[in-house]
Design a protein around this ligand. Structure first.
Ligand code: FAD
Ligand code: NAI
Length: 507
């Protein structure tokens, strides 16, 4: 009985403790401390972008050491791995967004945000030009911001390879607006196909959902779309269901080329079981408002041109360099051979520029353009900048002590001892190792509650796929969400969709 009483008491105390801690976190979140003003004696660190790289930097940066200025046209961080789930309403878009102001308001030190796009970086004068391109503009919409240190984390834009019609007629899947557009268009195609009097041919076209690009974005979206159809559309709009078809087009011989052979085979078999049509070795050459023109490479070496009618077209063929990055590459002579982004050294310093660093998809450091890489690069820069600030403060103290020693001979021995200690600390801090990416593995959702994972395991690699991997995928991404608020909202969305189905209203 005594043991039972103790277990009960401990449980009671831990529940009370958890509730108390949660209440404190919520209170602290809702009542940020005083707003800090910029200190002219500190350096101004300008960070471009609010994506994976920039936010990891902000999260880990000791902002007390710098006047931080964040510039981005997007005033929130977006958890991209769950973006494909927003296209079908499985997850509501606000559940994976975190306002940048909420992040900055809890930092110690001056941290300012401007909702604007950087259009020019003058590395000689150390100023950037920014433009407010939002719908509401004041008398001033263009301004200059000086910097002492600049971090470029502007990501990449969608690659179209100049293929005619892509920009005008397809949907991309990179930003929240893209996911909302796709969600609306899926339901528009369904409702238009279901209209009384619609011809057979037109119904077939409208219900044909084409995805171009068999990388992780295309595969995950195709899987989510097929789930949406099987779990909701089919039940609510049964009349059109036999015509619903998803086609995934990929130029290479297989989908998910960056995964291991075993997982590629597993993915292709699973997608086929889900009735997703996979067209590999098929290169899209032209897009019109209702057809895709593609070239299929046959095993005998011949090529065949086909025309594929579609209702919805999602274009997911990877990344291209943003104009601001292109412009920097053109102006900095050391970047003349760069093609895919800003070439950086092992400390992520932009080659050929002073006090400029680049992280994430816009930087070329020899790694794949993923969230994992971007966030590790951002955290690395935070450590580097924290160290640089400590180094400067120690060097200042050593300088003060050294000059004092010459004036007050009495304390010289004490001061010399402190200097020795400080110099030891300085050597330790200055010894920052170059950036090394540590690959934790790749995960992708492939539909029908299955996922594939290529993860590092002990000293080797583990390739696995199926329903258990799907549970791992869900828990991994849940734990990676930016905040507790995001985590709670995502769990609620999953529960809501399971219990009541996805919301098919077209906004
Ligand atoms: P981004 O996160 O793209 O952020 C760029 C920021 O810069 C944005 O805030 C943007 O508004 C801002 N910006 C743009 N232009 C300017 C300008 N001129 N001035 C100032 N700011 C500007 N990777 C994984 O590792 N795992 C995954 O599961 C995964 N899933 C993904 C799913 C989808 C649908 C997509 C599209 C990508 C996914 N990725 C994933 C890739 C990952 O999202 C990117 O590699 C990552 O976002 C790159 O981070 P970044 O900080 O470089 O750029
Ligand atoms: P991607 O570059 O990985 O794949 C694009 C695919 O489109 C390529 O396989 C390419 O062969 C194909 N393609 C290009 N042009 C084509 C054409 N004209 N016709 C047909 N096919 C064509 O791009 P994706 O999937 O957008 O990913 C971008 C980055 O984000 C990658 O680094 C990826 O690893 C990462 N990412 C990771 C995810 C994950 O880990 N789960 C999810 C989504 C993205």
């Amino acid at each position: 009985r005594t043991t039972f009483r103790w277990i009960w008491r401990l449980t009671y105390l831990s529940v009370l403790g958890t509730l108390g801690y949660t209440a404190y976190v919520i209170y602290d979140d809702r009542n940020p401390g005083e707003q800090f003003v910029p200190d002219p004696s500190k350096k101004t660190l300008v960070i471009l972008g609010t994506g994976w790289g920039s936010v990891a930097l902000l999260k880990n940066l000791d902002t007390e050491n710098y006047n931080v200025v964040v510039v981005s046209p997007r005033n929130y961080f977006l958890f991209t791995p769950l973006l494909p789930s927003c296209t079908t309403g499985l997850i509501e878009h606000r559940s994976i967004m975190e306002p940048v102001r909420a992040i900055l308001r809890h930092k110690k030190g001056a941290a300012n945000y401007y909702e604007a796009e950087a259009t020019n970086v003058d590395t000689e004068r150390k100023v950037i030009t920014v433009v407010d391109n939002s719908e509401v503009r004041g008398a001033t919409s263009t301004t200059e911001i000086p910097y002492d240190m600049l971090v470029v984390g502007v990501g990449a834009e969608n690659a179209t390879f100049g293929i005619p019609g892509v920009r005008e007629h397809s949907c991309f899947l990179k930003e929240i607006g893209d996911a909302q557009r796709i969600r609306k268009k899926i339901m528009d195609c369904v409702e238009t196909a279901a209209l009384r009097g619609q011809s057979e041919e037109e119904m077939n076209r409208l219900m044909h959902m084409v995805v171009v690009g068999g990388g992780p974005t295309g595969v995950e979206f195709a899987g989510e779309l097929q789930d949406f159809f099987e779990e909701d559309i089919k039940k609510l709009v049964p009349g059109i269901s036999p015509r619903f078809k998803v086609t995934l087009i990929e130029a290479l011989p297989n989908v998910l080329p960056s995964f291991s052979k075993q997982l590629i085979d597993y993915t292709e078999n699973t997608l086929r079981e889900e009735k997703i049509d996979i067209m590999t070795k098929t290169m899209v050459k032209k897009v019109t408002d209702n057809t895709v023109e593609a070239e299929i490479s046959r095993p005998d070496g011949t090529k065949e041109r086909v025309e594929i009618p579609y209702g919805l077209l999602v274009w997911a063929t990877g990344n291209a360099v943003r104009p601001i990055v292109k412009d920097m590459m053109a102006r900095i002579p050391a970047q003349k051979d760069s093609r895919r982004g800003l070439a950086v050294n092992e400390y992520l310093v932009v080659q050929g520029a002073r006090d400029v660093w680049a992280i994430g998809d816009c930087a070329v450091a020899g790694y794949a353009p993923t969230a994992q890489v971007a966030s590790q690069e951002g955290s690395f820069l935070a450590r580097l900048f924290n160290n640089m600030a400590k180094t400067e403060s120690l060097e200042g103290r050593i300088h003060d002590l050294s000059s004092k020693m010459n004036l007050k001979a009495g304390n010289a021995a004490e001061d010399a001892q402190e200097i020795e200690l400080l110099e030891k600390q300085l050597r330790r801090i200055k010894d920052v190792k170059p950036f090394r990416y540590s690959h934790q593995g790749s995960l992708a959702y492939i539909g029908s509650e299955k996922a594939v994972a290529d993860v590092s395991w002990w000293n080797g690699n583990l390739a696995t796929g199926g329903s258990m991997t799907y549970l791992f995928w869900r828990s991994a991404y849940l734990s990676m969400c930016f905040s507790t608020r995001n985590r709670v909202l995502v769990i609620l969305d999953w529960l809501k969709s399971k219990a009541f189905g996805r919301d098919i209203s077209r906004e």
